[in-house]
Ligand binder design. Structure first.
Ligand SMILES: [Zn+2]
Length: 421
């Protein structure tokens, strides 16, 4: 009485309560997750294990047992999410929506167990529906009731995934205004061809900086504004300028931090100058010590960041801007207006003059306008592999410099050497 028996992998008891599946699932999840938790692995690898190994381990139960989505969400998802938050150091107020997105949308491509569950049910229902056996088809039809209708609307597991992702994107864009602001901005302005390279650069970061990028993206870093919101600080003010200390303020806004932002800008520019110096026969001018100054060509009125003159007398005027995600495109427009006359003036002196308006965000995301930068790399003879290397490197310069700037908030700046990685 009250016990169940197992036949062909399915538990049966008098009430068909699925208690056997539920308790087996829960102990399996606890065991696997704490096992992964104890391994000395980078958080990204723990997530991969969780997503590929744990979910496939439980997929049998998710397929054969008549569980409800609510049960899976409330029990399995919540256990797994606690571990994910622990590994990525995401506070309880930070959303996980960003990490559920795919790599080209700056996510980690993670799937909650409840979505896996819907996929399993979709596969099962489809197998019944498309069976060559008429009795099985009849079984599908007679069970197309209120419970199964939520799985029967999908034709494939891909559709489940698509639905889930668009739900998360909608949440970030329209409901979580503060935590979704990164996503809304990059969705509008980023040069989408380069987004997967961003993700590749992110995956190479050490644990602390990797986790920093995650919390930057969902705006859950301990800025004073956030600490006040969470009741952990009494005032949201920056110690230098007394403005509210938001993320934008720390990494790209504070007027007292201008030297720090210049240091980040010059670290990236220095990497570019060194790359161009070693890979091509062009003449190089860069607004950095140790290089010929662009003023030699452009005069003192304008001083763009970098000039390249090819052997064919084509002039590339490159201007690098590193700003907050919300300003990615404003910076493009501002620089375009600023250098318009200079570009016109130089046309008489060169075979052609091209303006490379390179706008990056403080987390290393490239603006749409950066296709001109890729064209320039093409022209000076860099192949695709070298271009990708260069882009990834610039991204990691930006992320690492921003991480350092963030760590130095409300402290004195000691004018470190330019970053070299
Ligand atoms: Zn300030």
């Amino acid at each position: 009485m009250g016990e169940s028996f197992k036949y062909l992998g399915r538990f049966f008891d008098f009430d068909m309560s699925d208690q056997g599946h539920k308790s087996e699932l829960m102990s399996l999840i606890d065991e696997l997750m704490s096992d992964i938790d104890h391994k000395p692995l980078h958080p990204k690898n723990k997530l991969i294990l969780c997503n590929r190994y744990v979910l496939s381990k439980i997929s049998w139960h998710l397929t054969v047992a008549t569980l409800s989505k609510t049960w899976v969400t409330e029990t399995i998802d919540s256990v797994i999410n606690q571990y994910i938050r622990k590994w990525l150091e995401i506070p309880i107020s930070g959303t996980l929506s960003n990490i559920y997105l795919t790599h080209n949308k700056f996510g980690l491509n993670i799937l909650p167990a409840s979505v896996k569950f819907i996929q399993c049910q979709t596969v099962l229902r489809n197998a019944l529906k498309t069976s060559p056996n008429d009795s099985i088809k009849e079984l599908w039809k007679s069970t197309n009731n209120h419970t199964n209708i939520q799985y029967d609307i999908y034709n494939s597991t891909k559709e489940v995934l698509k639905d889930f992702h668009s739900g998360q994107e909608d949440k970030l864009q329209h409901r979580l205004i503060c935590q979704g602001s990164f996503f809304s901005n990059v969705a509008k302005f980023s040069f989408s061809q380069l987004n997967t390279l961003w993700s590749a650069a992110q995956s190479k970061l050490p644990k602390n900086i990797f986790n920093f990028t995650i919390r930057y993206i969902n705006n859950s870093l301990p800025t004073r504004k956030n600490l006040t919101r969470w009741g952990l600080a009494s005032s949201p003010e920056c110690s230098f300028c007394l403005c509210p200390e938001t993320l934008l303020h720390v990494v790209a806004g504070c007027q007292s931090y201008l030297q720090r932002f210049t240091w980040r800008h010059d670290s990236i520019l220095n990497f570019l100058a060194e790359t161009f110096q070693t890979t091509n026969p062009c003449q190089l001018y860069a607004d950095l010590s140790g290089h010929k100054s662009p003023s030699i060509i452009t005069g003192d009125l304008y001083r763009p960041d970098l000039l390249l003159i090819t052997p064919n007398e084509d002039l590339y005027v490159l201007e690098l801007t590193v700003g907050f995600e919300s300003n990615l495109h404003n910076n493009v427009k501002r620089k375009k207006a600023k250098y318009k006359d200079l570009i016109e003036d130089q046309r008489g002196h060169f075979n052609s003059v091209k303006f490379v308006n390179l706008s990056m965000s403080s987390l290393g995301v490239f603006d749409k306008e950066c296709f001109t930068f890729l064209e320039m790399l093409d022209t000076i003879g860099m192949d695709k592999r070298q271009q990708h290397y260069c882009i990834k490197k610039m991204t990691s310069y930006a992320i690492r410099a921003t991480y350092y700037i963030f760590c130095c908030r409300n402290k004195e700046w000691t004018n470190p050497e330019l970053l070299n990685i």
